[in-house]
Design a protein around this ligand. Sequence first.
Ligand code: ACO
Length: 465
Amino acid sequence: MTSGQGQWPADVGITAIEIYFPSQYVDQEELESFDGASAGKYTIGLGQKRMGFCSDLEDINSLCMTVVHKLMEKTGTAYEAIGRLEVGTETLVDKSKSVKSVLMQLFPASAAADIEGVDTTNACYGGTAALFNALNWVESSAWDGRLALVVCGDIAVYATGSARPTGGAGAVAMLVGPHAPLVVERGLRSSHMQHAYDFYKPDLNSEYPVVDGRLSIQCYLSALDRCYGRYRQKAAALPGGGPVTVDSFDAVLFHSPFGKLVQKSLARLVFNDFLETDAAAVPERFPGLEGVQVSEPHKTLEESYFDRDVEKAFMERSRAQFEQKTKPSLLLASNVGNMYTPSLYSCLVSLLVSKKPDELTGSRIALFSYGSGLASSLFSIRIATTNGSGSRLEALLAGVSDVVGRLEARQKVEPAAFADTMQLREQSHHLAPYAPKADPSMLFPGTYYLTGIDEKHRRQYARAT
Ligand code: ACO
């Protein structure tokens, strides 16, 4: 595998993917009742079923070690084959010291430490920045023929209150290289970056963010509008390019803090398609919506919520598209919750496990990544049909074929015990020295866990058998 002179390698994208989520969860219906929320608020209102969470045995380093070890083991990839290692996370423990540097412990002495890349942070967007860095490296003059390894992981926890049911935890690792079954389309990335205080973590002594939930939704939808508009412009400007609509994609995936926002986001894209449609074509393309009146829509963050009537009309209009193009991608997001940086990639895994290889081959997937603060991008993946990618796709799918079984093998924990665990994490956050209290026997085999933190805040880990 060489980079060649003066040309890009072919079909650069994701060659393998692995996901890790915690072995315990709390049921959202039970949590509603425990929190005194009205029945249906978390399950119907937010669209969530279960929420994964970590005890004091797991931290960002252990999550990332677990997922990397599993990916390398399952794919039989030699650590010597990795030339770049990128981590996206917003869960900081050692602040100046990267999770990437911790992951170097997994690399045996025989593997060269000549490995570029460190951590990238911007709320839930860091994983996408890490992926873009890896893709850019493989397509650059610095590429030496090795693979890039992209890792994203987070522990998403909120203080008690309305945001708590939108937590979650997990990690995703991806190998990036040429001749990939999941090819990231060239020239088709659009971004929107803006200053906003919608969600941030100013208190370095706490795991909890400061969050303005309403503003975060406005920012998310506004960023989606802008990324979609720019993506369409870029697609139209490409040689042979043309108009893009939601129907240009077989699947549309979103950063997924909670299911209801995702369904509204798909409706929002269809609404954008409606706005771009000539009035004369509306009766044929959007029958029944001829009367929708929109005055200067979504020009500012504050206006970026839907008008309720318009929202209802487009949620209804896009229902079948949602069922077909987006709902299959919410399996992990609805059962584990918002994993922050891995959220979008958990949607990719969910889509892959919901289809047969022949249904996936040749399909085109749109992916919207959002991180508060704010950073956002829309990009697309094409599942390759050439260059022997059929067997590569099957190998990639075999790697994630255990996901549904793992989801079902988790242990349900009562909301009161979940609340106690959150309290323990609060009290032990940044304590040193510290010995974790939870029992490692409840972890899935192969999970890394914290065995202790010494007086200098140095962390030690073991792997569950
Ligand atoms: N049955 C059915 N639906 C209900 C019920 C009920 N009993 N009660 C409320 N609902 C509906 C509401 O109508 C609302 O739906 P709508 O938006 O379609 O009207 C939905 O449930 C949520 O109810 P709200 O009252 O709006 O919820 P609240 O404001 O208490 O909290 C929020 C929701 C803001 C999302 C909060 O959980 C939060 O701050 N989460 C963290 C921020 C976040 O995830 N932002 C997303 C992007 S940024 C990121 O990824 C971190």
